[in-house]
Design a binder for this molecule. Structure first.
Ligand code: T3D
Length: 263
Protein backbone atom coordinates (compact mmCIF):
# COMPACT_ATOMS: atom_id res chain seq x y z
CA UNK A 1 0.00 0.00 0.00
CA UNK A 2 1.31 3.48 -0.76
CA UNK A 3 0.87 6.43 1.57
CA UNK A 4 1.26 10.15 1.07
CA UNK A 5 0.83 11.57 4.59
CA UNK A 6 2.91 8.99 6.43
CA UNK A 7 5.97 6.87 5.63
CA UNK A 8 6.13 3.22 6.71
CA UNK A 9 9.45 1.37 6.62
CA UNK A 10 10.48 -2.06 7.96
CA UNK A 11 13.96 -3.07 9.04
CA UNK A 12 15.34 -5.66 11.48
CA UNK A 13 11.97 -6.42 13.02
CA UNK A 14 11.21 -2.71 13.56
CA UNK A 15 8.41 -0.88 11.75
CA UNK A 16 8.94 2.87 11.61
CA UNK A 17 6.02 5.18 10.93
CA UNK A 18 6.91 8.78 10.17
CA UNK A 19 4.06 11.32 10.18
CA UNK A 20 4.74 13.22 7.01
CA UNK A 21 3.03 16.60 6.64
CA UNK A 22 6.05 18.64 7.72
CA UNK A 23 4.74 21.97 6.38
CA UNK A 24 1.84 21.69 8.84
CA UNK A 25 3.89 20.19 11.67
CA UNK A 26 2.31 16.83 10.81
CA UNK A 27 -1.18 17.92 11.88
CA UNK A 28 -3.86 15.27 11.45
CA UNK A 29 -6.21 15.29 8.47
CA UNK A 30 -8.83 12.62 7.79
CA UNK A 31 -6.50 11.21 5.14
CA UNK A 32 -3.60 10.94 7.58
CA UNK A 33 -5.83 9.19 10.11
CA UNK A 34 -6.92 6.71 7.44
CA UNK A 35 -3.37 6.01 6.31
CA UNK A 36 -2.12 5.65 9.87
CA UNK A 37 -4.94 3.21 10.63
CA UNK A 38 -3.99 1.17 7.57
CA UNK A 39 -0.31 1.16 8.47
CA UNK A 40 -1.00 0.12 12.07
CA UNK A 41 -3.23 -2.71 10.85
CA UNK A 42 -0.46 -3.99 8.57
CA UNK A 43 2.09 -3.70 11.40
CA UNK A 44 -0.21 -5.65 13.75
CA UNK A 45 -0.71 -8.38 11.15
CA UNK A 46 3.00 -8.78 10.32
CA UNK A 47 4.47 -11.29 12.75
CA UNK A 48 8.03 -10.34 11.71
CA UNK A 49 7.50 -6.88 13.25
CA UNK A 50 8.53 -6.92 16.91
CA UNK A 51 8.68 -3.18 17.70
CA UNK A 52 7.16 0.03 16.35
CA UNK A 53 8.85 3.43 16.19
CA UNK A 54 6.70 6.51 15.67
CA UNK A 55 8.20 9.88 14.73
CA UNK A 56 7.53 13.00 12.68
CA UNK A 57 9.10 14.50 9.57
CA UNK A 58 10.60 17.99 9.68
CA UNK A 59 10.71 20.23 12.73
CA UNK A 60 7.55 18.99 14.45
CA UNK A 61 6.30 15.69 15.83
CA UNK A 62 2.56 16.39 15.44
CA UNK A 63 0.45 19.53 15.99
CA UNK A 64 -2.79 17.60 16.62
CA UNK A 65 -5.91 18.09 14.55
CA UNK A 66 -5.44 20.13 11.35
CA UNK A 67 -7.47 23.19 12.25
CA UNK A 68 -7.81 24.20 8.61
CA UNK A 69 -10.36 21.38 8.41
CA UNK A 70 -12.27 22.87 11.35
CA UNK A 71 -12.62 26.49 10.27
CA UNK A 72 -16.33 27.28 9.97
CA UNK A 73 -18.07 30.44 8.84
CA UNK A 74 -20.93 32.03 10.77
CA UNK A 75 -24.13 30.11 10.05
CA UNK A 76 -22.35 26.82 9.25
CA UNK A 77 -23.34 23.72 11.19
CA UNK A 78 -20.65 22.99 13.79
CA UNK A 79 -18.49 19.92 13.11
CA UNK A 80 -19.41 16.99 15.37
CA UNK A 81 -16.12 16.59 17.21
CA UNK A 82 -17.50 13.60 19.12
CA UNK A 83 -17.79 11.81 15.81
CA UNK A 84 -14.22 12.76 14.91
CA UNK A 85 -12.94 11.47 18.25
CA UNK A 86 -14.95 8.26 17.97
CA UNK A 87 -13.86 7.62 14.38
CA UNK A 88 -10.23 8.70 14.48
CA UNK A 89 -8.53 9.57 17.75
CA UNK A 90 -10.03 6.97 20.08
CA UNK A 91 -9.35 4.03 17.74
CA UNK A 92 -5.79 5.30 17.31
CA UNK A 93 -5.10 5.25 21.04
CA UNK A 94 -6.87 1.92 21.49
CA UNK A 95 -4.87 0.39 18.66
CA UNK A 96 -1.52 1.60 19.99
CA UNK A 97 -2.30 0.39 23.50
CA UNK A 98 -3.50 -3.00 22.23
CA UNK A 99 -0.53 -3.63 19.90
CA UNK A 100 1.29 -6.69 21.21
CA UNK A 101 4.68 -5.15 20.50
CA UNK A 102 6.47 -2.24 22.21
CA UNK A 103 5.80 1.19 20.73
CA UNK A 104 8.53 3.83 20.94
CA UNK A 105 7.82 7.51 20.23
CA UNK A 106 10.74 9.61 18.99
CA UNK A 107 9.43 13.13 19.58
CA UNK A 108 11.55 15.18 17.21
CA UNK A 109 9.91 18.57 17.77
CA UNK A 110 6.76 20.21 19.04
CA UNK A 111 3.95 17.82 20.03
CA UNK A 112 0.73 19.78 20.50
CA UNK A 113 -2.89 18.88 21.18
CA UNK A 114 -3.66 15.36 20.07
CA UNK A 115 -0.03 15.16 18.91
CA UNK A 116 1.19 15.47 22.51
CA UNK A 117 -1.19 12.80 23.75
CA UNK A 118 -0.41 10.55 20.80
CA UNK A 119 3.21 10.55 22.01
CA UNK A 120 2.11 9.83 25.60
CA UNK A 121 0.03 6.88 24.38
CA UNK A 122 3.23 5.15 23.23
CA UNK A 123 5.01 2.76 25.58
CA UNK A 124 8.38 4.52 25.72
CA UNK A 125 8.79 8.19 24.82
CA UNK A 126 12.15 9.65 23.82
CA UNK A 127 12.28 13.34 22.98
CA UNK A 128 14.83 15.62 21.39
CA UNK A 129 16.03 18.34 23.77
CA UNK A 130 14.47 20.99 21.51
CA UNK A 131 11.08 19.22 21.48
CA UNK A 132 8.14 20.36 23.58
CA UNK A 133 4.70 19.17 24.67
CA UNK A 134 1.67 21.46 24.66
CA UNK A 135 -1.86 20.65 25.79
CA UNK A 136 -3.05 23.24 23.28
CA UNK A 137 -6.73 22.29 23.51
CA UNK A 138 -7.73 24.92 26.11
CA UNK A 139 -6.56 27.70 23.78
CA UNK A 140 -9.37 26.82 21.36
CA UNK A 141 -12.05 25.89 23.88
CA UNK A 142 -11.51 22.12 23.85
CA UNK A 143 -10.50 19.52 26.41
CA UNK A 144 -7.43 17.26 26.20
CA UNK A 145 -8.38 14.21 24.14
CA UNK A 146 -6.49 11.26 22.67
CA UNK A 147 -6.32 9.89 26.22
CA UNK A 148 -4.89 13.09 27.73
CA UNK A 149 -7.35 13.37 30.64
CA UNK A 150 -6.53 9.76 31.57
CA UNK A 151 -2.80 9.86 30.99
CA UNK A 152 -1.82 13.24 32.44
CA UNK A 153 -3.09 12.76 36.02
CA UNK A 154 -1.50 9.31 36.10
CA UNK A 155 1.86 10.50 34.84
CA UNK A 156 2.03 13.86 36.57
CA UNK A 157 -0.51 13.98 39.41
CA UNK A 158 -3.64 16.12 39.45
CA UNK A 159 -1.97 19.49 40.15
CA UNK A 160 0.32 19.42 37.12
CA UNK A 161 -2.28 17.74 34.92
CA UNK A 162 -4.80 20.48 35.72
CA UNK A 163 -2.25 23.25 35.23
CA UNK A 164 -1.18 21.95 31.83
CA UNK A 165 -4.73 21.22 30.68
CA UNK A 166 -6.11 24.62 31.76
CA UNK A 167 -3.13 26.83 30.92
CA UNK A 168 -1.75 25.08 27.83
CA UNK A 169 1.82 25.88 28.89
CA UNK A 170 4.66 24.53 26.78
CA UNK A 171 6.59 21.78 28.58
CA UNK A 172 10.19 21.42 27.44
CA UNK A 173 11.56 17.93 26.84
CA UNK A 174 13.95 18.39 29.78
CA UNK A 175 11.07 19.24 32.09
CA UNK A 176 8.95 16.41 30.67
CA UNK A 177 11.71 14.00 31.66
CA UNK A 178 12.17 15.59 35.08
CA UNK A 179 8.40 15.36 35.71
CA UNK A 180 8.24 11.70 34.68
CA UNK A 181 6.05 12.46 31.68
CA UNK A 182 8.46 10.77 29.26
CA UNK A 183 11.24 8.19 29.48
CA UNK A 184 14.17 10.30 28.31
CA UNK A 185 15.28 13.54 26.70
CA UNK A 186 18.37 13.35 24.48
CA UNK A 187 20.40 15.79 22.41
CA UNK A 188 18.70 16.50 19.09
CA UNK A 189 21.26 14.73 16.91
CA UNK A 190 21.08 11.68 19.18
CA UNK A 191 17.29 11.27 18.97
CA UNK A 192 16.93 9.08 15.90
CA UNK A 193 20.08 7.00 16.49
CA UNK A 194 19.02 6.39 20.10
CA UNK A 195 15.38 5.69 19.29
CA UNK A 196 16.29 3.37 16.40
CA UNK A 197 18.76 1.45 18.57
CA UNK A 198 16.21 1.22 21.38
CA UNK A 199 13.49 -0.08 19.05
CA UNK A 200 15.93 -2.58 17.48
CA UNK A 201 16.94 -3.78 20.93
CA UNK A 202 13.29 -4.18 21.96
CA UNK A 203 12.67 -6.14 18.74
CA UNK A 204 15.23 -8.73 19.92
CA UNK A 205 13.63 -9.15 23.36
CA UNK A 206 10.96 -11.71 24.36
CA UNK A 207 8.06 -10.07 22.49
CA UNK A 208 5.30 -12.04 24.21
CA UNK A 209 6.75 -11.17 27.61
CA UNK A 210 6.83 -7.48 26.69
CA UNK A 211 3.21 -7.69 25.51
CA UNK A 212 2.23 -9.22 28.86
CA UNK A 213 4.07 -6.42 30.71
CA UNK A 214 2.12 -3.88 28.65
CA UNK A 215 -1.14 -5.66 29.48
CA UNK A 216 -0.38 -5.88 33.21
CA UNK A 217 0.59 -2.21 33.49
CA UNK A 218 -2.49 -1.15 31.54
CA UNK A 219 -4.74 -3.09 33.92
CA UNK A 220 -3.10 -1.64 37.03
CA UNK A 221 -4.67 1.87 37.40
CA UNK A 222 -8.21 0.59 37.84
CA UNK A 223 -7.34 -2.50 39.91
CA UNK A 224 -6.94 -3.08 43.63
CA UNK A 225 -3.70 -4.74 44.71
CA UNK A 226 -5.64 -7.95 45.13
CA UNK A 227 -7.00 -7.80 41.58
CA UNK A 228 -3.62 -6.89 40.19
CA UNK A 229 -1.99 -9.87 41.95
CA UNK A 230 -4.46 -12.06 40.06
CA UNK A 231 -3.58 -10.34 36.78
CA UNK A 232 0.11 -11.02 37.48
CA UNK A 233 -0.61 -14.68 38.22
CA UNK A 234 -2.56 -15.14 35.00
CA UNK A 235 -0.08 -13.32 32.76
CA UNK A 236 2.92 -14.97 34.40
CA UNK A 237 1.31 -18.32 33.66
CA UNK A 238 1.13 -17.35 29.99
CA UNK A 239 4.67 -15.93 30.00
CA UNK A 240 5.94 -19.16 31.55
CA UNK A 241 4.51 -21.09 28.61
CA UNK A 242 6.49 -19.18 25.96
CA UNK A 243 9.50 -20.51 24.12
CA UNK A 244 11.35 -17.31 24.96
CA UNK A 245 11.02 -17.98 28.68
CA UNK A 246 12.50 -21.43 28.15
CA UNK A 247 15.29 -19.91 26.08
CA UNK A 248 15.96 -17.19 28.68
CA UNK A 249 16.41 -19.72 31.47
CA UNK A 250 18.48 -22.08 29.28
CA UNK A 251 20.75 -19.22 28.19
CA UNK A 252 21.21 -18.05 31.78
CA UNK A 253 22.14 -21.54 32.96
CA UNK A 254 24.55 -22.05 30.05
CA UNK A 255 26.08 -18.58 30.62
CA UNK A 256 25.43 -17.57 27.01
CA UNK A 257 23.48 -14.75 25.37
CA UNK A 258 19.82 -15.64 24.76
CA UNK A 259 18.33 -15.74 21.29
CA UNK A 260 14.67 -14.79 21.57
CA UNK A 261 12.24 -15.54 18.75
CA UNK A 262 9.30 -13.54 20.05
CA UNK A 263 7.21 -16.66 20.66
O1 T3D B 1 -11.23 18.44 15.68
C1 T3D B 1 -11.30 17.30 16.11
O2 T3D B 1 -11.41 16.32 15.35
C2 T3D B 1 -11.24 17.07 17.60
C3 T3D B 1 -9.89 16.69 18.01
C4 T3D B 1 -8.97 17.62 18.32
C5 T3D B 1 -7.59 17.24 18.64
C6 T3D B 1 -6.64 18.40 18.67
O3 T3D B 1 -5.48 18.16 18.44
S1 T3D B 1 -7.21 19.97 18.98
C7 T3D B 1 -5.70 20.90 19.06
C8 T3D B 1 -5.21 21.26 17.68
N1 T3D B 1 -3.84 21.77 17.69
C9 T3D B 1 -3.55 22.99 18.11
O4 T3D B 1 -4.36 23.76 18.58
C10 T3D B 1 -2.11 23.42 17.90
C11 T3D B 1 -2.05 24.52 16.88
N2 T3D B 1 -0.66 24.89 16.57
C12 T3D B 1 0.05 25.67 17.36
O5 T3D B 1 -0.36 26.13 18.42
C13 T3D B 1 1.42 26.01 16.88
O6 T3D B 1 1.48 25.79 15.49
C14 T3D B 1 2.53 25.19 17.56
C15 T3D B 1 2.66 25.66 19.03
C16 T3D B 1 2.24 23.70 17.52
C17 T3D B 1 3.88 25.44 16.84
O7 T3D B 1 4.10 26.82 16.73
P1 T3D B 1 5.25 27.36 15.76
O8 T3D B 1 5.30 28.83 15.97
O9 T3D B 1 6.49 26.59 15.97
O10 T3D B 1 4.76 27.00 14.27
P2 T3D B 1 3.61 27.71 13.42
O11 T3D B 1 4.19 28.79 12.61
O12 T3D B 1 2.45 28.04 14.30
O13 T3D B 1 3.16 26.48 12.47
C18 T3D B 1 3.89 26.14 11.31
C19 T3D B 1 2.88 25.83 10.22
O14 T3D B 1 2.09 24.72 10.65
C20 T3D B 1 1.91 26.97 9.99
O15 T3D B 1 1.51 26.90 8.63
P3 T3D B 1 1.91 28.06 7.60
O16 T3D B 1 1.36 29.34 8.15
O17 T3D B 1 3.41 28.06 7.57
O18 T3D B 1 1.30 27.62 6.30
C21 T3D B 1 0.75 26.60 10.87
O19 T3D B 1 -0.46 27.18 10.45
C22 T3D B 1 0.73 25.10 10.65
N3 T3D B 1 0.05 24.42 11.77
C23 T3D B 1 0.52 24.20 13.00
N4 T3D B 1 -0.39 23.54 13.71
C24 T3D B 1 -1.44 23.36 12.92
C25 T3D B 1 -1.18 23.91 11.65
N5 T3D B 1 -2.05 23.90 10.65
C26 T3D B 1 -3.24 23.30 10.89
N6 T3D B 1 -3.55 22.74 12.07
C27 T3D B 1 -2.70 22.74 13.08
N7 T3D B 1 -3.03 22.13 14.26
Amino acid sequence: MSYSTIILTLSDGVATITLNRPDKLNAFTAQMHGELRGALASVAADKSVRALLLTGAGRGFCAGQDLADRAVSAGDEPVDLGHSIETNYNPLVRTLRALEIPVVAAVNGVAAGAGANLALACDIVLAARSASFIQAFCKIGLIPDTGGTWMLPRLLGMARATGLAMLGDKVSADRAEAWGMIWKCVDDEQLLPNATALAADLARQPTRGLAFIKQALAASPSNTLDQQLDVERDLQRLAGGTRDYREGVAAFMAKRAPSFEGR
